[in-house]
Each structure stands twice: as C-alpha cells, then as structure tokens.
Design a protein around this ligand. Structure first.
Ligand code: PLP
Ligand code: SF4
Length: 419
C-alpha cells in the first residue's frame, strides 16, 4: 500500500490576494513561484499574523527574508497566528536574531572564506570542492551557515569568475567530486545548469557531481521532467536535499523526489537540528521514515553552526546527542542520519557518535578488552586481537589506471546507446 501523504493540492489564504483562476495554472509553475515570492513584511502579513518579535525581526535582521508562496502556504496552514510553528521558525525573522547576549556567533562559522580558492570555489577536502554557482535562494533559512555569501544579490557567477572556477577544477587533478551549491543551484534555469554540467563533464577527473538544493522542499514544482532528463545526460548526478521536518514532505515534494529517483539520480537528505523545529527523536524518526520510503537516504543530521543570529535556534550538543542515541537501534540503519558538527574556522566535519564503549583494558600489542553497552542496555565484552602484520596488498596506481579505463569504456557505451 502507498504511504499516505496528506492530499495537499492548493493551500493559500484568501488574504494573499491570489486570483483562483490564475492560480489553477500558475501554482504549479516554478517560475511563477519565484516571481511571486514574498520579500516584504506586507507580503508575509497576507499569510501570517505577525508577532511583535517577528515585526522586530523584519526591522532589524541583517539577512534577507524571502519565501515562495508554496512554502508560506505550507507554514501558515496549521495556524496563521502560531509564531512557534516549526516551519515558520525556519523562514521568519525574529527579534532574537539581533540579540546582544550570545554564546558564539560568527559571520563565516565554517571559515569558508579562507578556503576560497577562487571567488566561487571552496576547496577544503582533497577530493571534493564546493562550487558556489549562485548566491540566490528561494527561501532564506534563518539558520543559514553561509550568511557571508547567500542573499547578496550576486546571482549566477559572472563570466570571469565562472571561468576561473572551471580552470581551477581542471588544474587540480585530485578533485573527483564537484558539489554545486550556493545559494541554490536549482534556482538557475535548465539552460544555465546544462551549461555548467556540460563544462564540468569535459573535465576528465571529475567523476561525481552533487547538487545541493532546498528547492524540492520550498518549490517542488521546480523538479520537472525536462530537468531530470537533462540531469541524466550528465550522470552520475547525486541530489542532496534539505528537509528538516516531516510536514515538509508533502504530496508535491514526494512527486519531486520520485522523479529524481525514477530517473536514476540518487537522493540524500541533510537536515539541521533546530530548537522547536525538530529537536525530538520522534520528529526525526517520522521524517527519516518518509524519506526512506521515497528512496531518499537520510545522510547528515547537522549540529547548527554558530552563524550570526542563530543562537536561539541552536540545540545544545547534549540535546543533539540525545536525539541521535534515541534513534540508534530504533530506526533502520538505512534511515539513520549521521550526527555531524562542523569544527568552527574551517576544521571540517566531526562525527558525533553516542558513547557505547564504557571500558577498555590492555593495549594494541597484546590485544584489548573492550566493554560495550548497546542501544537498549545489553552489556558485553569484545576481545580485540593484537594488531596483525598482514597488510592489504597495495597497488593503488594500478587500481586507478584500471578504473580510468573502465570509466572510459562505460561512458563510450553510454554515448553509443544514446546516440
Ligand atoms: C561538507 C563539505 C563537503 C562535503 O562533505 P561530505 O562529508 O563528503 O558530504 C565538501 N566541502 C566542504 C567545504 C564541506 O563543508
Ligand atoms: S537554502 Fe541553504 S544556502 Fe539557502 S538560505 Fe537555506 S541554508 Fe542557506
């Protein structure tokens, strides 16, 4: 039996002043959603009864506010007056964003600016780069970690910056993976994306292309047949979505996700743990189950970065670990996201794993005796043998060579069968 998604064809308040006839055709058109996005306080007042804190947020926030009609309708559907609605906390500015007393706040918590190799390229790990193709998003999440870049109205990279990024990727032969990010690459047109992907595919050492996007959440109509077919010509393309709450998985979002998967694009989800939004294992469990059913692998569950104006949204590390521990064992391993924290100032990601080992005796020369307590309290000992002298036979360069020729043969065959 099919998973029951709430039927959710068209939800919008009459106060939004949208004409029903026009809407019937326009609502499902992603360019209309972009053109009619809410950007001013008065646009939001048509959907929500703003609270004093939110009104202050509009006056004080140093970070752009924007939302698609689709996502605004979804966030306002439960109660137009509930300022603590989980989706509303994601999209609406609040007075707390400008709080004076904060624990830690940085404009660029990941230290990305120091790892910018060109104005649009972050290269932090040896084999993969972030290509910031646009700084535009269709919804500006209040907890965004990249406030130093997003929402600056720079849009698609200008020609010299674009060329510079491509040149860098071409020159660095260790790069295997290019992550299109921003901003949101799916706010770009199919034609521009097609060009970016074609240019990347001309670079032989680029094997994997990832597309980091929140559009399936905030504008699922963006995922058209044309888009997924175009992406298929550049396969393998991995799609990284960003669902934070089970309510975001509407019928429309489910259709969008299935389109990606049915056309052979693996989809992974990265979520951020946020106070009042999803800092409860049952919420994450509900989200993860829906995702897994739709063949989307829950990948990362991020500890929120200390980006400016996010103190009220950041969970304590203890709270995050509690959620992760509760999920462990109770949720299919396929549906379990990895809790991860970005070490400030560009330290990279650190996995946060609940403590299961409670004791370790001995050393590696003699072997160790390790005591564990499992997710539901079973305690037992694992006796680790000493380190062996047998090493896996290593001939890395031969494997590289073999892999290169396999890939060539495979892409030749693929071109042949398509041509
Ligand atoms: C998170 C991140 C990546 C991707 O890391 P994965 O663990 O492979 O998902 C790449 N580059 C930067 C700078 C990152 O912050
Ligand atoms: S979609 Fe991503 S980049 Fe854009 S505002 Fe949200 S978190 Fe930031």
């Amino acid at each position: 039996m099919r998973f029951e998604f709430r039927p959710a064809p068209m939800r919008f308040p009459s106060s939004a002043g949208l004409e029903p006839e026009a809407l019937a055709s326009a609502w499902g058109d992603w360019t209309w959603q972009m053109r009619r996005s809410l950007t001013h306080r008065s646009d939001f007042e048509a959907y929500f009864e703003l609270s004093p804190s939110e009104r202050r947020g509009f006056e004080l926030s140093g970070f752009q506010v924007r939302c698609t009609p689709y996502y605004a309708a979804l966030a306002s559907e439960t109660a137009a007056g509930d300022e603590f609605d989980p989706l509303r906390l994601i999209l609406m500015p609040r007075a707390e964003e400008s709080a004076e007393q904060v624990t830690q706040e940085q404009w660029d918590p990941l230290g990305e600016r120091r790892n910018l190799k060109t104005p649009r390229l972050v290269h932090r790990y040896p084999d993969r780069v972030l290509f910031l193709v646009t700084d535009f998003c269709s919804v500006y999440c209040r907890y965004c970690t990249r406030k130093h870049f997003t929402g600056g109205e720079l849009a698609f990279a200008r020609e010299p910056e674009y060329r510079e990024a491509l040149e860098y990727i071409r020159a660095q032969t260790g790069i295997r993976e290019v992550i299109l990010s921003g901003g949101d690459p799916l706010t770009l047109s199919d034609a521009i994306l097609d060009r970016v992907l074609s240019d990347l595919r001309k670079i032989e050492h680029v094997e994997i292309i990832r597309l980091g996007t929140r559009m399936p959440v905030v504008c699922p109509m963006r995922v058209t047949e044309d888009l997924v077919r175009m992406l298929k010509r550049h396969k393998p393309v991995y799609v990284m979505t960003h669902f934070n709450h089970p309510r975001e998985l509407t019928q429309e979002a489910a259709v969008a996700l299935e389109k990606f998967v049915d056309h052979g694009h693996p989809v992974f989800n990265q979520m951020v743990l946020l106070n009042g939004v999803n800092n409860d294992a049952r919420i994450v469990q509900a989200l993860s189950r829906r995702l897994l059913y739709l063949r989307v692998k829950p990948y990362y569950m991020f500890q929120c970065d200390p980006s400016r104006g996010t103190d009220h949204l950041r969970t304590s590390v203890e709270d995050s670990l509690r959620v992760q521990r509760e999920l462990w064992g109770r949720l299919s391993g396929l549906a379990l996201p990895q809790l991860s924290l970005d070490i400030p100032d560009g330290g990279g990601k650190a996995g946060l794993v609940p403590q299961f080992e409670i004791q370790c005796e001995g050393d590696e020369q003699q072997g160790t005796r390790r005591t564990y307590v499992g997710w539901d309290g079973v305690e037992s000992v694992y006796i680790s043998p000493p380190r062996s002298r047998w090493r896996a036979p290593l001939d890395a360069s031969a494997y590289e060579e073999e892999w290169r020729s396999l890939r060539h043969a495979q892409s030749r065959d693929a071109q042949h069968s398509e041509g």
